[in-house]
Design a binder for this molecule. Structure first.
Ligand code: NAD
Length: 502
């Protein structure tokens, strides 16, 4: 494990977590803060206030924090020392008077731990409250004037362009854009960050990274699980809002952007925003043609019956919500004109896998054709594996062993060893440290969001006006609806990644 010695790496801040009793706080935030503590980024000068409505005592809250660290190896003393930095404040975010109490505790802890008035506000609760919290943080003067104030907010950021713009306006009344850290946890993933290294660190790759050499790009975020406990939220969101508008669009942006002038947050943002301006916003007719939606039905797998989406708790028995999307994105600029970015995501698919397949164009001719009649040269394919394994592979054609001259595809594979993957920080750990460092590279800017909402809104509108008549249209454990295959077949292409149905 990396241990940071000396004090220069120690971060100094007070965290105020709204929603401190919630699922996200327990599963992600506390373990991530603890890992940062183990690595020396947090040491003496930090404190955490957890707030939620329930009337808890500090000791009770600290036990919750301790329990959330079950999977992490550490001594009891280390854990107790860490948990000692946590304080609980019962707080209803809609009650202005509660902020006065919160401010008092924040000021006390600031003095006690010498936190230099640095504050990070983490909104780990329903987005309905984001605007209210931001407003009160300013009006009740919890925002400090001496140190830094940073607001970290979770997805979903709005339901469509209009609601996102309204939410943004509410937050901007209290925080400047550069104080706002909008989480897209995909941007914290090791291999998503590695896209920059692969592209901008390799001449052999970046030189060919354009429409002269690339035929199409495929982004797949395939999930094996169903909606599980998130059905309530999911029912009003669907796969387009839950995955495409944010995570998939962000991955596409990182793949499509121009090389930044430097690897600074400002320069990278500049390029991301620029390329998103070239994202083609479909007309309703195009959206109808370019996007496919699906919903999973029940299935029996290994003798076990899996319920269909419409049977899940909190889901309407005639739900129109899509649990699967496949579609085509296009960037209309010099580099990418004519290269479709095919994207897809879905729940209850055959396999959990997040990956990007870069499919290169065919050679002008196949000189080996004569050597053997059925000898075909396959496309070169660069695959970036994001989850569950991390790494990449390059498919090249090589000679098949033996007489004659037939070729065969060979995959040059690089996967992180299990040990290396174990060392790679969890996305939330990385993003929390970034926020403490004031580095917003891996967070989304409003200008990015506004563009991807405009893109998603057209599809949503077309879908809302045309009731799907074939839902459910794919079985649990399959690779999604047939129409998704036809989407590519129409262009003379096929999905590179496929998994055997369960
Ligand atoms: P949750 O329902 O488990 O927790 C919500 C928290 O808000 C609880 O602590 C609750 O006590 C508190 N709360 C509710 N109303 C309140 C009020 N009026 N005043 C004060 N506190 C109040 O939710 P969660 O799963 O932790 O999700 C939190 C946020 O993170 C949501 O925006 C969600 O979309 C997002 N998110 C969660 C996950 C995850 O893995 N859980 C992943 C991605 C995004």
């Amino acid at each position: 494990m990396e241990v940071v010695s000396g004090m220069q790496n120690e971060k100094v801040a007070l965290f105020i977590i709204f929603g401190g009793s919630g699922d996200l706080a327990r599963r992600k935030l506390y373990p991530s803060l603890f890992r940062l503590y183990q690595k020396g980024y947090l040491s003496r000068h930090f404190a955490v206030i957890g707030t939620a409505r329930r009337p808890w005592e500090n000791d009770y809250y600290r036990q919750i924090v301790v329990d959330s660290l079950n999977d992490i190896q550490a001594t009891d003393e280390q854990i107790a020392e860490f948990a000692g930095h946590f304080y609980y404040q019962s707080h209803d975010v809609t009650n202005a008077a509660h902020y006065t109490v919160l401010k008092k505790l924040a000021d006390t802890l600031d003095q006690k731990y010498q936190l230099q008035h640095n504050r990070i506000y983490y909104l780990a609760m329903s987005p309905n409250f984001f605007g209210t919290i931001a407003k009160h943080l300013k009006s009740e003067q919890i925002l400090t004037t001496a140190g830094f104030n940073r607001l970290i907010i979770e997805k979903p950021f709005g339901h469509d362009y209009e609601s996102a713009a309204e939410l943004n306006q509410q937050i901007r009344a209290s925080f400047e854009e550069d104080q706002i850290y909008r989480i897209d946890h995909y941007l914290g993933k090791e291999m998503v960050q590695n896209i920059a290294a692969i592209r901008f660190g390799n001449n052999i790759i970046e030189s060919l990274w354009n429409n002269r050499y690339i035929d199409n790009i495929q982004i797949t975020l395939s999930e094996a699980l169903g909606v599980e406990e998130r059905a309530g939220y999911y029912e009003s969101a669907g796969a387009m809002r839950d995955m495409v508008q944010n995570h998939i669009s962000q991955i596409a942006t990182l793949l499509a952007m121009e090389p930044p002038v430097s690897f600074s947050a400002r320069d990278i943002r500049h390029e991301k925003i620029k390329v998103l301006r070239s994202l083609h916003i479909d007309t309703p007719e195009e959206a109808q043609h370019n996007f496919v939606r699906g919903q999973y039905g029940p299935a029996v797998i290994d003798g076990q019956r899996l319920e269909g989406y419409r049977e899940a708790n909190n889901v309407a028995s005639d739900s129109k919500t899509e649990t699967y999307v496949a579609g085509k994105m296009e960037f209309e600029n010099y580099r990418w004109a004519g290269v479709p970015f095919y994207v897809r995501t879905g729940k209850r698919l055959a396999k959990k896998e997040t990956r990007v397949d870069i499919v290169y164009k065919q050679l002008p001719t196949n000189i080996f054709k004569a050597a053997q009649d059925d000898n075909k040269l396959g496309h070169n394919i660069l695959t970036i594996f994001i989850e569950p394994t991390e790494g990449f592979s390059l498919r090249v054609n090589a000679k098949r062993l033996g007489q004659g001259f037939a070729t065969r595809p060979v995959d040059l594979n690089f996967r992180h060893s299990a040990a290396a993957t174990g060392n790679s920080p969890e996305a939330y750990e990385r993003l929390l440290l970034d926020a403490m460092n004031g580095d917003s590279t891996n967070f989304t800017h409003w200008d990015e969001l506004s563009q991807t909402w405009k893109f998603a809104d057209v599809v949503e509108k077309v879908w809302s006006e045309n009731t799907p008549t074939d839902f459910p249209n794919y079985a649990s454990g399959s690779m999604g609806p047939k129409a998704a295959d036809e989407l590519l077949a129409r262009d003379g292409r096929h999905w590179i990644f496929s998994a055997q149905p369960k």
